[in-house]
Write a protein that binds this ligand. Sequence first.
Ligand code: ZN
Length: 201
Amino acid sequence: MAKRVTGPEIEKLIQLLAKVPGLGPRSARRAALHLIKKKDQLLGPLSNAMGEAYDKVKICSHCGNVDTVDPCTVCTDERRDQSVIIVVEDVSDLWALERAGALNAAYHVLGGTLSPLDGVGPDDLNIRGLIERVTAGGIRELIIAVNATVEGQTTAHYITDQLSGLDVKITRLAHGVPVGGELDYLDEGTLQAALRARTAI
Ligand SMILES: [Zn+2]
């Protein structure tokens, strides 16, 4: 066994940091050392911010977003068109779409995608909540903005099936050529989707 170079407290900090997505053991050691060197400027404020987040973070019971209030800031924002719901897999997708700033709508976070192979069924996702929101009325359009993966598309079909017969327009994101993309570099699936989803100029 390798000899210890730090006390158990710092070892624990490194081990926990190594569990953060994007950080492995090596980056975790570097991050921990950086935090320790910047004890007052970084480690202290970060520790406080984490404690505060731990105490205050809530999952919105309406849409599944994370916030410090329930219902969340997005759900109670009267400047948004609450009759349009963008359905996403994860909060990170909600943040990405908000960064793009293309639409001023409400959201619904599913918390994943259907994946029978991994044992993820409809009850493991926030699908029932979505159906309840649509059934309650006042929803004009549902934009299914899930990933362009097999699981994402399976989930989109399932939701569409569940909502058939309800008076709501269901759309999905276009698949195709990325902005700034060159045709020669695209895979055949993307090119086929782009041709099928062609629009008039
Ligand atoms: Zn919400």
